[in-house]
Structure formats: structure tokens, C-alpha cells
Ligand binder design. Structure first.
Ligand SMILES: [Mg+2]
Length: 228
């Protein structure tokens, strides 16, 4: 097979990520429930606050922590408890320290792929935070380049293609998010491999759109061996 350029997503593709956020959100909702709102309403307000803060502060644990605090202050209003705020803050710090939990089959599959293709890790988020996660994962050695951007959209895919002189028909984006990995890559003419993850963040959901490139769907990271 011809040598391809494989751009590979990190969060929820190489390691677990969103499941830790989801767990914290469940606990956060429990802490906020005494304010009298339903769990689904608290979640709805949190999602809205997150969308607003992502536009202003980008992705990452800090931005997420800010959204939790804002949501709590808004909903608890006059019933705000300083201990609850401290508890929320503590949980966010804990989340930041959580080491990446590598998904099943990832290291051996990367070892196989890097022998045959050019691998670029392509992730979005807060640069220092994502770089620390990559470092602690121990997987950086499999990649020729690491790219961390604030948003994965047609523009950032376009600059990646130019920077690394990627021939689109031989370029593949591999990841779990229709919104950040599959659709923008296919829109500019790259191929894509979609690896669904059951805990993909609500904000990343989107119907998959067809492009000019090929689209492959595999159930697990190790299945990439069968395609490359
Ligand atoms: Mg992801």
C-alpha cells in the first residue's frame, strides 16, 4: 500500500476523555440540585454556558471549570454556598491531574501504522494542557508531528494540508467527532475514518456529511490495521 498521511485525533480516540467530564457533570448537578431546578434544566444551562465560554476562552479544563462555577452561581443565586464552590473547584483540579487512560489496542496499532505511514497527531484545546496530556500518554514517539489548534475546522485542516504538503487523496483524518474530525476534513477533500465513541461530547455530535474523499467507519482503533 502507498504511504499515506494519517492525521489522528487524541481525546476519545487515543485515550478516554469525555467520560471523566461526564462523571464530574453528574456530581456537579447533584451539588446544584438543592437550588430547586431539575437535573435536565441544570444540564441545559451548563451546556449553554459552555458554548458561550468556548467562544470566549476556548476548550480546556479551565474554561470548563469557569462554566461550572458560572452555572452554579446563576442557579443557586441567593443560596450559594462557599463550600460547594470550593468542592466544584477541587473536582476540576482533580480532573486536570487525571492521567490519560489509553484506549484498548492503541499503542500496538500506532506501532504498526508508524512503520508504514506518516502520522500527525491533530488535537484541539488549550495548548499547554493538550501538550501535557500528549507527553503523559507516552505516545508522542509514534508521531512525526503534533498539532494543537483552538478549533478543528476547514481553515485549520487547510493550513495543515499546506504546511505538510499533504496530497489530499492520500490524506486521512481519523477520529471520534463528526463535527471536528470527519465533516471538516471531508469538506476540504480529505478521506476520513470515523471511530465512534459511546461517550462523545454532546457538543461534538453532528450528522456525517459525504465529501469527495472516502469515508470508512470502524468500531475500534485496532481495526485500523485492516485498512492501512
Ligand atoms: Mg476526539
Amino acid at each position: 500500500m502507498r504511504r499515506n498521511t494519517l492525521m489522528i485525533d487524541a481525546d476519545d480516540t487515543l485515550w478516554e476523555n469525555n467520560v471523566f467530564f461526564e462523571k464530574l457533570i453528574e456530581d456537579f448537578i447533584t451539588l446544584t440540585e438543592p437550588s430547586g431546578y431539575t437535573r435536565s434544566y441544570i444540564r441545559h444551562i451548563l451546556n449553554e454556558t459552555e458554548r458561550k465560554n468556548i467562544r470566549q476562552y476556548g476548550y480546556g479544563v479551565r474554561s470548563f471549570g469557569r462554566s461550572l462555577e458560572e452555572t452554579y452561581l446563576k442557579l443557586a443565586d441567593k443560596m450559594v454556598r462557599r463550600e460547594t464552590l470550593a468542592q466544584i473547584h477541587g473536582r476540576v483540579m482533580e480532573l486536570e491531574r487525571t492521567p490519560p487512560q489509553i484506549l484498548d489496542g492503541v499503542p500496538e496499532t500506532l506501532a504498526y501504522l508508524t512503520e508504514r505511514h506518516r502520522l500527525i497527531l491533530f488535537t484541539k484545546g488549550e495548548p499547554a494542557e493538550q501538550a501535557a496530556k500528549v507527553e503523559r500518554s507516552g505516545l508522542q514517539g509514534f508521531f512525526e508531528f503534533i498539532e494543537i489548534v483552538s478549533e478543528k475546522d476547514t481553515e485549520t485542516y487547510g493550513s495543515l494540508v499546506r504546511k505538510y504538503k499533504i496530497v489530499k487523496s492520500q490524506g486521512w483524518m481519523i477520529g471520534n467527532s463528526p463535527r471536528s474530525d470527519i465533516n471538516p476534513a471531508m469538506k476540504i477533500g480529505l478521506n476520513a475514518v470515523y471511530i465512534p465513541h459511546p461517550h462523545t461530547w454532546q457538543i461534538e455530535h453532528e450528522p456525517i456529511m459525504a465529501g469527495v474523499g472516502k469515508l470508512v467507519i470502524v468500531p475500534a482503533f485496532r481495526e485500523l490495521r485492516g485498512h492501512f
